[in-house]
Design a protein around this ligand. Structure first.
Ligand code: BG6
Length: 473
């Protein structure tokens, strides 16, 4: 079903996220015929960054041309461009935004829905929410709030309180775009639709889990944002732990927002408080020379850590999470390492033991992603020697990707139709901040690393021993 007619307001429209993902994503949705019959998109930013409607359209065209999947041209672009207008807003001076929203609503006629997307730094969330409340714009509206949601437990609780004073929980969409990725959503199908995987998805058969998102990207001009955020808040406490929630959750009783989010919240509740001794924090050499970064910055650009989910299914199974900027490879991979059978009847000096070749289920959740099962087979020849083999499912080989949506696209669409299944909930987020408190209170010292490396050495060795990071070539 197509969503009802909407006015979408993008706060922070001149920022990096709107330029790279939101404007190109909205155009892709429009082109795919998935936006409402009638819609208007109002860009907003503080007065000092105000644009005219024409300049905003040019800005959007450049953003789509640079970062979008399809060219901003032809009738599809024309009608998208016609839907764009700009309304500057400061909490003290919301006038231009109010006028732009009113004009957009009048041009649609009827009673269009309103969706606000707060693509602004966490420090600005509260004042924008306050303005939406004070101006009554919040009435009958939905709001998408970007991550990270707060910077610690106290601020997340305070932010929840601020938002709840203006929006009912059913109208709050805390977004984490990893949850909108096709291949992350597919984990539910892989686990719960297949007799092949679910029976072994537990501590009896799985020795450890890795959720590994190294990035080759540096700061990409986002020094100011990143300096106040760091790898832990930008990636771990948000994207990677949300993915962990899907990997570790119990089957929900049915596929709907409440049971899904209940099961994920239970995983976060079962997380053991993070031990600072199980965390490696790194900063790449030359980070302090980046624009927007303090010369004595203590912000980490790399975090690797070990988590434990203290419940019946996972007790004793370490979950290793790793992410950082300027690393050797760009990957998004989940690896479940399976326990080895005794292997008594085979040679004990098997090379696979040294080479990290034991059985594995590997989920690459990059775009478009793939899933592989790694196992041992007999190498052809007179001797009973074992060698690793792989069975792989590739999205591109099995499905036409033309129908695929990117994370943000899927989630904006879900928010329009009011489906909260793939959005995070206040209790889940508060549990995550709660278990992060020991680390935030006592962060281990920063360790330098060379750009293009795998981060500080202890993350590659001690932290994960006796296992190893598994990155398929
Ligand atoms: C964003 C982070 O949320 O996710 C970025 O702020 C990171 O630092 C990005 O690079 C990764 O997402 P994707 O979808 O590009 O893999």
């Amino acid at each position: 079903t197509r969503p009802d007619n909407h006015v979408v307001v993008l706060f922070g429209v001149t920022g990096d996220l709107a330029k790279r993902k939101l404007l190109p994503g909205l155009f892709h949705l429009a082109k795919a015929g998935l936006l409402p019959d009638r819609y208007r998109i109002v860009g907003s930013a503080p007065t000092q960054f105000a644009l005219s409607d024409d300049d905003f359209r040019t800005y959007a065209r450049d953003a789509v041309a640079t970062f979008g999947l399809s060219e901003p041209s032809g009738p599809a672009w024309q009608s998208f461009e016609d839907s764009l207008s700009f309304g500057a807003a400061d909490p003290q001076d919301p006038g231009p935004l109010l006028a732009a929203v009113q004009a957009a609503e009048e041009s649609l006629g009827g009673e269009p829905r309103r969706l606000f997307h707060l693509a602004v730094p966490p420090s600005a969330f509260a004042s924008v929410i306050g303005m939406l409340g004070d101006t009554n714009l919040a009435q009958h509206s939905k709001v998408i709030v970007e991550k990270p949601f707060g910077i610690d437990l106290a601020s997340a609780r305070a932010l929840n309180k601020t938002i709840h004073a203006v929006f009912d929980e059913s109208r709050i969409f805390r977004i984490d775009h990893f949850l909108g990725k096709e291949s992350v959503d597919n984990i539910l199908a892989l686990r719960f639709a297949n007799g092949m995987f679910e029976p072994i998805w537990n501590r009896d058969h799985i020795s450890h889990v890795q959720i590994d998102v190294p990035e080759t990207l540096g700061l990409e001009g986002r020094g100011h944002f990143y300096e106040g955020t760091g790898a832990f808040r930008d990636m771990i406490v948000t994207h990677l732990i949300q993915v962990l929630g899907i990997v570790a959750m119990e089957p929900p009783v049915w596929l709907a927002a409440q049971p899904l989010r209940d099961e994920k919240a239970k995983v976060f509740e079962a997380l053991r408080p993070i031990e600072p001794g199980h965390v490696v924090r790194g900063q790449y050499d030359s980070y302090r020379d980046e624009p927007g970064v303090a010369p004595d910055s203590s912000t980490e650009t790399f975090t690797a850590l070990r988590l434990e989910v203290d419940n019946w299914r996972w007790a004793g199974v370490p979950f290793y999470l790793r992410s950082g900027k300027n690393l050797a490879q760009h990957r998004e991979v989940i690896t479940l390492g399976l326990r080895e059978p005794p292997l008594r009847m085979f040679r004990t000096d098997l090379p696979h033991r040294e080479k990290n070749q034991g059985n594995k289920i590997v989920i690459d959740f990059g775009d478009p992603g793939w899933i592989a099962a790694r196992f041992l087979v007999k190498e052809p020849g007179p001797a009973m020697d074992l060698a690793p083999a792989t069975m792989t499912f590739c999205y591109n080989d099995s499905f036409c990707q033309a129908h695929g949506l990117q994370g943000y696209e899927r989630l904006i669409l879900d928010a329009m139709v009011g489906d909260q299944s793939l959005f995070t909930r206040s209790d889940g987020i508060e549990h995550i901040w709660e278990v992060s408190t020991p680390l935030l209170d006592n962060p281990p010292p920063l360790q330098p690393y060379a750009p293009g490396s795998w981060g500080p050495e202890p993350a590659v060795s001690e932290l994960i021993a006796p296992h190893q990071w598994y990155l398929p070539g």
